[in-house]
Ligand binder design. Sequence first.
Ligand code: NAP
Length: 673
Amino acid sequence: METYRNLLSPLRVAGVELPNRMVMGAMHTRIEMLDRPYERLAAFYARRAEGEIGLIMTGGYSPTPEGVMDESGLVLDREEQLEAHRQVTSGIRKAGGRVALQILHAGRYAKLAGCVAPSALRARINAFTPRALATDEVWGLVESFARTAGLAREAGYAGVEIMGSEGYLINEFTSAITNLREDEFGGSFEARVRFPLEIVKAVRARAGGDFIVIFRISAMDLMEGGMTGAEVAGFARLIEAAGADIINTGIGWHEAAVPTIAAAVPRGAWVAAVRNVKQAVSIPVMASNRINTPDVAEEMIASGAADLVSMARPLLADPDFAKKLRLGLKAEINTCIACNQGCLDLIFTGKTATCLLNPRAGHELDFPSGLAETRKKIAVVGGGAAGMAFAVNAAERGHQVRLYEASQELGGQLNLAKKVPGKNEFNELLRYFKVMLEKLKVDIRLGAAVNVEELKAGNFDEIVVATGAVPRRPKIVGIDHPKVVDYAEFLSGRKTVGQTVAILGAGGIGFCVAETLVGDPAESLETEVFQKLWGVVSDASTPGGVLRAEEAGKAPRTVYMLQRRNEPFGKKLGKTTGWIQKARLKKAGVVMISGATYEAIDDEGLRYTVDGKACVLKVDHVVLCAGQVSERGIAAELQQAGLKVQLIGGAESAEDLDALRAIDQATRLAVRI
Ligand code: NAP
């Protein structure tokens, strides 16, 4: 049996005993937007502490009002705020955990008219141009960081993390790209790093020796003209000398054109940048970004690249990550699939974070736990995401569950998603569901469509229909031509396509099909292939660790994407991943055609008109990605026979269906039933 000896070994830092090397990374959750915000935050973090995570990092708190991410951002700068924080820290302590507060000044990323930065240079991801700070204001900010650290100590935090990466204020000082100052905080390398060094010294002096001071360094800026690996190593040494206890590593500025944490990034892809920091210092170093399994985490430490591992999204997916590992229950960990759909995509559209895999995340107070009052006999028809999520959650509440799946395999459309380059992590979700269904003794009936008689004869208290959705076949002349393949036929491998392909429809599925047609599964699995595609170089001398993006090699196919709407492609894609999908298809030369009216599909290919002009795409195949329709055959038959059914997932509605909605709906029904 694997022992995870390194991950599970304790570490003593600044007088604080961490029981293991697993840290929950800082995440802004917007939980504070909900009612009873600090009660909810306390419950959210306490749940992770119960799961035995070694150290929790809060989301970022700004030391001053103009350093918040946006109008709703959080500030810690006054005594009056401490009572609310004590609710959080005492909840975590009671649950046996430890927590550090992250101090984050957003600098020129703050979405505020009054944002500030070392120089008045606007970031390409912000509409607001910052005001350049005066020299005495910079010294004032050093004091503000120290004041926030002192307040954090008073509130019961075990330490602070000073956020010095991702392109926020401190990073803007350290980089020659954004720091054009001519005072003591700009110009030479030594002057540019003065601001963070003064902050670390001031925080240490204010908070005392028995308080953990973590500095998050930008181990790789991924910005042309950013720090070289050699400069990062030198800076890390200075941070250690200034008094930090731990260096955490951040990768890439938010405005960088390279994916850093999405599923398109291979697991552990940034290990070289972490090792570069580790080799420069003697204090513990923390690895972060795309570490989602115990094996990747253990290897980070075992290989000598890091001493601790920070995981943020994986602790949304499974608060019991560390506890399950200690108990030898690795297969029961609900592994983060790096989809961003339930967390970052919601946060960046102004909503509260949760998790596609775990709808309880961020909503701990809204979900009852424990067994149901009455144990029911429940039939679930359909073993896709919704059906499996319902079955697991209902069985956990003590119900007796039978799950019918017509095909030979559980998974439904998850079995298609896992074939898309960059979506291989869906295999983990399938593994989790299968392990839990077996553990909870769900009675699984595969390989035959269940009929009304069988369900009647079963005398079930509840019948839940989760039969999903099927591809829409739009009414186009020639829709039954042999050139036409639907996305399910293509992704499942039941039908293959030629060298020249038109994709009809450009929603999430159209993009996934295009990526499968032009991508290489290795690009999200093997770090070398990923780095070559995105121009990443982990040597000591390349500024920012990135080269000007090169064109990817010739794509294996010529691909056209079409949509009827006359609007930019990919408007409905995820806020934090859509740009990656669009950039990937651009690299592969995919041609995108908006405002198309489909006329016919025949031996020539696809005939369509744009602005009244008739066109023909001479393609080998047309892949239909024109949305989905609910599959409700059995539901209708059951209703006709007078049986009560509850519909979930695609069977309930195919409109804007995704795994996030399916699992959320299934879980909420399971805790009610
Ligand atoms: P979708 O996003 O609604 O896209 C459907 C596409 O089909 C649109 O481009 C639409 O564009 C076109 N269309 C609709 N009706 C049509 C018709 N009668 N004839 C021709 N074209 C038609 O749905 P989807 O791509 O099927 O995806 C389903 C769900 O899964 C979505 O909610 C999606 O977000 C989710 N999903 C998410 C991901 C992810 O990575 N997050 C991946 C896959 C799927 P026009 O009307 O302009 O032609």
